[in-house]
Ligand binder design. Structure first.
Ligand SMILES: C[S@@+](CC[C@H](N)C(=O)[O-])C[C@H]1O[C@@H](n2cnc3c(N)ncnc32)[C@H](O)[C@@H]1O
Length: 203
């Protein structure tokens, strides 16, 4: 069964959200040429720790959910960090409005929603089309760090990334950029990670 196409109202609401996001991102990233991005930053716990440990980096966290975004903002404000910003945004929309002069240095995807049912796999973040879009904004040599406690998503994501020409796996010896258990990591019995490097120019 094919999903029904989005209604005109839905499309208009989406356009409005993207326009508002473009303004917020334009202001928040003004003058920034390089960022570290966490997609699905949840409550902002991990990225606040990362930004505090790495003042030389400008860190950007995005999450779809309003309450998670608001909690992240409160953490950022309590920590008075000038190298950290959060946006309430869908990852694809964020890439649409990211200014062309702002390059992504590294991307972290930590414990993304696993969408375990087969009919929901299309909602997973790690898909060929998204990897291509992401690659257009990540500098050559930049890295994508992925961690999950869902074995099936781990295997599927590795297969998708392994088949993508713009990404190449690092060896297991490559260091993780910053270790601090995320909220979902604290609840996980075990987890696995991979790191992929951005390679080759895309036309
Ligand atoms: C399972 S939680 C993990 C949160 C955090 N990374 C952690 O490890 O504690 C996944 C998060 O990704 C967010 N998310 C899911 N799809 C997203 C998308 N397309 N763009 C941005 N955030 C998304 C969800 O709102 C949720 O907060």
């Amino acid at each position: 069964m094919h999903p029904s196409p989005p209604s005109p109202q839905h499309l208009a609401n989406h356009r409005e959200r993207v326009d508002a996001l473009r303004i917020a991102v334009g202001k928040g990233l003004a003058g920034r040429t390089r960022i570290t991005l966490e997609i699905g930053s949840g409550h902002g716990h991990y990225l606040t720790g990362f930004a505090s440990a790495h003042p030389e980096r400008f860190c950007v966290g995005i999450d779809l959910l309003l309450d998670r975004y608001e909690r992240s903002e409160r953490k950022r404000s309590r920590a008075s960090l000038e190298n950290l910003v959060f946006f309430r945004a869908d990852a694809a929309d964020f890439l649409t409005v990211l200014p062309p002069e702002t390059e992504i240095e590294d991307v972290l995807v930590l414990f993304p929603d696993p969408w375990p049912k087969r009919r929901h796999h299309k909602n997973r973040l790690i898909q060929t089309g998204f990897l291509t879009r992401l690659a257009r904004h990540v500098r050559l040599g930049g890295r994508l760090y992925f961690r999950t406690d869902d074995a099936a998503y781990f295997a599927a994501s590795r297969a998708t990334v392994g088949a993508h020409p713009a990404w190449q796996f690092e060896t297991s010896a490559h260091p993780w950029p910053f270790e601090l258990p995320t909220v979902f990591q604290q609840r996980a019995a075990s987890y696995d990670s991979w790191i992929a490097r951005r390679v080759v120019r895309l036309s």
